[in-house]
Design a protein around this ligand. Structure first.
Ligand code: PMP
Length: 360
């Protein structure tokens, strides 16, 4: 089979240039006589790889010097516990905005360690919108505000940051990091599992303002303290060496292709191609409206489960894969991360148009 257009929500498509480069470097990395996978994480060669990954990420995101970049394991899901263990330490309280399944998981985990105040939720409409937020909702007697910037399953995103009375905003950016320009200094901490816009699964990126690192709750396991990893350059134990190497190649690819601003432009174009068609179509419709629409994950439905299944099969026969929507929403979902070319989205729309004409 030739390479397909893979619309998976994650693990997701990677830039083919990065895959080709990794394949060239696989067996003998830069004359080291071994693969990156076989290298000691304490070797000079590997130190250069992790340093390069960090400096490229700092460059493309404009990360200020007073933020640490940590390369951790355990996925974004481990952050759901690490965040309260490390940061819910002063007021023992945090505010959460519930915008979907991942917010709910973060809320459930935080409840084990402190007082959780859910300021707003969009659960009443299957998380199809971002709730209105007002600074009055965020009293100051809390340690932080947690949001999920982009909701992978429901296809919503925060188009602007809420006013939160000066509290640190902690954002789960698993499915939108590097997709659009953000100001890192607006956040206390940003975290993301790699397997969407960063690289293969296995590494979780944490970008945290240094003054927030502080002391974790006393019983926190050593491996779950940010300080452990911040003090050791993410080398307290063996890091996910190959995933970090691959992430570094993706950061370089972004840098060489105009940086995050250029990614954003292409992402807006791709999203517009699909949303414009969905808004015009008599058969397909988007499940999210207006400014809350995600640039990365676009759910859509026909309203008829059999027709959805028929379309997904037709798309697959045209090399358009993994379009089935999450079971809680049904229908289809096209995840169009940075590595999805415009041509992939254009082909999807062409196949949808032909399907609509044939199945009127
Ligand atoms: N948060 C968001 C927004 C996600 O999309 C996901 C995974 N799809 C997670 C958290 C969980 O990530 P992980 O599987 O890396 O734990």
């Amino acid at each position: 089979m030739d390479r397909v257009y893979n619309f998976s929500a994650g693990p997701a498509c990677l830039p083919v240039e990065v895959l080709n480069r990794a394949s060239k470097e696989l067996v003998n990395y830069e004359d080291a006589g071994m693969s990156v996978m076989e290298m000691s994480h304490r070797s000079g060669s590997y130190q250069a790889i992790i340093d390069n990954a960090e400096s490229k990420l700092r460059k493309i995101m404009g990360i200020p010097d007073n933020y640490k970049v940590l390369f951790l394991q355990g996925g974004a899901s481990t952050q759901f516990a690490m965040i309260p263990l490390n940061l819910m330490t002063n007021h023992k309280k945090a505010h959460f905005v519930n915008t979907g399944a991942w917010s709910k998981k973060a809320i459930a985990e935080a409840k084990k360690y402190g007082d959780v105040n859910v300021v707003a939720s969009s659960e009443d409409k299957t998380f199809g919108y971002i709730p209105d937020l007002d600074s009055d909702m965020f009293d100051k007697n809390a340690d932080y505000v947690h949001i999920t910037s982009n909701n992978t399953i429901y296809g919503t995103r925060f188009s602007k940051l809420p006013e939160v009375n000066g509290l640190p905003i902690i954002s789960d950016m698993s499915s939108c990091i590097l997709s659009e320009v953000i100001n890192v200094a607006d956040y206390g901490m940003i975290y993301a599992g790699a397997q969407k816009n960063i690289g293969p699964a296995g590494v979780t990126i944490v970008i945290i303002r240094e003054d927030l690192i502080g002391e974790a709750v006393e019983f926190t396991p050593t491996m779950l303290k940010y300080k452990t990893h911040a003090d050791t350059g993410s080398m307290f134990n063996t890091p996910p060496t190959y995933s970090i190497y691959m992430a570094g190649l993706v950061f370089e690819w972004i840098d060489q292709n105009g940086g995050v601003a250029a990614m954003q432009k292409i992402n807006e174009k791709k999203a517009a191609i699909l949303y414009d068609y969905l808004d015009a179509s008599d058969m397909f419709s988007a499940t999210v409206d207006g400014v809350d629409r995600s640039l990365m994950n676009i759910p859509f439905v026909t309203g008829d489960a059999d027709l959805d299944a028929k379309f997904i099969a037709e798309a697959a026969s045209n090399g358009l894969m993994t379009l089935k929507g999450h079971r809680s929403v049904g229908g289809m979902r096209a995840s169009i991360y940075n590595a999805m070319p415009v041509a992939g989205v254009q082909k999807l729309v062409d196949v949808m148009k032909a399907f609509e004409a044939k199945n009127k």
